[in-house]
Design a protein. Sequence first.
Length: 404
Amino acid sequence: MNERFEISPRLRNTSLALIAVGIIALVAGLFNLKLSHDHVDQTRFWIVLLHNSVFFAMVTVASIFILAATSLAQGGWIVAYRRVPEAIGANMWLFGGIAVVVLLSIVYFFQIDGHNPIFHWVHPDGDAILEGKKAFLNPTMFTAFTVITVALWSYFGFKFRAISLAQDLAPKGKTKLYFYNMKVAALFLVVFCLTMMSTTPWLWVMSIDAHWYSTLFSWYNFASSFVSGMAMIMLWVVYLKNQGNLKIVNKEHIHDLGKFLFAFSVFWTYLWFSQFMLIWYANIPEETTYFKVRMQGPYSIIFYANFIINFIMPILILMARPSKRNYFTVTFMAMIIVFGHWLDFFQMEMPGPLGAHWHLGWYEIGIFAGFIGLFIFAVSKSLAKHSLVTSNNPLLKETIIHQS
């Protein structure tokens, strides 16, 4: 069962080329920042970095959540490719670390004329609403929550992978580490509920529009991140299969992943509609202002594209059983879903600081490409270090004979 993955020159060169594109875009953005005194350009530079760093950090932690949830559920179906989410989760320190640097740089170092254009609560300046939220929305609280959250996520990302590797070396038939992994999973889910399912999206994303709030917002972020995380796992599993690895993975496992892409696209839409419908129906001005700029303003094209890409396409293409078992179809839809939810985070974060002056040009696409390249490079390095198939896992036989 010992399968080793070797990084192909094509994959390595592709990842490095994408990283180079990201670096060039970042350097060009910095150069433009020094030359331009336009407040929009300065804000754009930072909000694009925030958008991508937060998106990839949340997608990465989604893989850790998937490991924890399937461990507690004793799901045998994922054991065949468990090393993929483990490799993604093990890089939480990298993407979480980037997010920490970007977020804290914005809070402490970015201001224009004494104001922070992205996180307005940093300088309330007598704003009654922001002053009322000051006990929670302040730099000290933001820093503490951000650093502790990323540190805990990174720890569990390492921990799940370490336990899995230790299980490979354990005496055959021993289940001590298997049940210890379940305890760690239970502890992580508590942490996950107190961070990703509540405080973290409030601080990192919702506080950009600090006058507005939604009690569904964290669930909405979770759904977007989870389905993107599943899409990333799908892409890696299909790629490894095409490279001749993961021999025990078959169309039954691919079908399971396809069902998750379909089901959680519907779940995301349920939350999207629930949040929108309640605000639309109540028609309270301080609530509707959030959707007015997105639905009727300059972001309307992104708003409707978001719905089409993340709901209409998955429900039409992935509903049929054969489509969830077709490698080309699921790969295409996984890429579409990742891009669609990247757009979802774009429309969540851009209107607050940029208003009508939004862009989707060379800088946005270049930074996105850089993060994709870094993701490919980091995960492929992790995958290449150890066997792609877990050994001595009590559910290994179950995953081999699994039928969807």
